[in-house]
Write a protein that binds this ligand. Structure first.
Ligand SMILES: [Zn+2]
Length: 193
C-alpha cells in the first residue's frame, strides 16, 4: 500500500499493513506542527411547502410548485442540489514556514471522487470554499488511509486508470492530530467509497 502522490512529499510513513498506511505530515521545511482548517458546511437550500415535483427543461432540472389548476407557479433551479456529497476540504498551515497544504479534498481524493470525476467545474472552484480554524493550537497531524481493492482488481475494472489514479482511489481516510500531552484529536473521517 502506497501513499497518493499529493501526500508523498509532505509525509513520512509510520505504519503499513496490507490494506492501510498511516503517515505523519512533515512539511518540506522539516516542520511537523500544523494549524488545521476545515471547510465550512455550505448552506442547505431551505425549500418551502408546495414544491413536490422535479421537471427537466432544456437539460436543467427544476423543483417546481404548481397551483390548484396544475400550472407551474414557481420553480427553483436544482443545480448541484443532488451532488452526492458536500464539498469537504481539510488544509493545514505549517507553523514553522507558514506554507499551506491541502491534505484532503473529497472532490479530488478518494474512490468516489476518482470514479465519479467531480473534476471540472465543481472541483476547481476552491475560491468559493470558506475555511475555519478547527483548533487554536498547532498539532502533529496523522492520516490513515485505507485501500480495500487490490491494484490488479482495480485494473481489471477500470482499464484506462493507472497506478497513480489507483493510489488516489483509496476507500477510507482518518485524519487525526496529536497535541501536547499526547492527546489524540479526531479531525476528520470519511468513507470515500
Ligand atoms: Zn513548513
Amino acid at each position: 500500500m502506497l501513499i497518493p502522490e499529493y501526500l508523498q512529499e509532505i509525509s513520512e510513513t509510520i505504519k503499513k499493513t496490507k490494506n492501510t498506511v498511516t503517515i505523519k505530515l512533515k512539511c518540506n521545511c522539516g516542520g511537523s506542527d500544523f494549524k488545521v482548517y476545515k471547510s465550512v458546511e455550505q448552506d442547505i437550500v431551505d425549500i418551502e411547502h408546495g414544491f413536490n415535483e422535479i421537471i427537466r427543461d432544456n437539460g436543467e432540472l427544476y423543483l417546481v410548485k404548481r397551483n390548484f389548476f396544475g400550472k407551474i407557479i414557481k420553480r427553483i433551479k436544482c443545480d448541484n442540489m443532488f451532488c452526492k456529497k458536500q464539498r469537504k476540504i481539510i488544509k493545514v498551515n505549517c507553523e514553522k514556514c507558514g506554507i499551506e497544504h491541502i491534505i484532503f479534498d473529497n472532490y479530488k481524493h478518494g474512490y468516489d471522487a476518482i470514479i465519479n470525476k467531480y473534476e471540472g467545474n465543481a472541483a476547481n472552484s476552491n475560491d468559493l470554499v470558506e475555511f475555519k480554524l478547527c483548533y487554536s493550537h498547532p498539532m502533529e497531524v496523522f492520516l490513515k488511509i485505507y485501500q480495500d481493492i487490490l491494484y490488479d482488481d482495480f485494473k481489471e475494472e477500470f482499464h484506462d486508470l493507472d497506478f497513480n489514479t489507483y493510489l488516489y482511489s483509496f476507500s477510507n481516510i482518518d485524519i487525526y492530530g496529536v497535541a501536547s500531552k499526547n492527546k489524540k484529536i479526531n479531525i476528520y473521517s470519511e468513507e470515500t467509497a
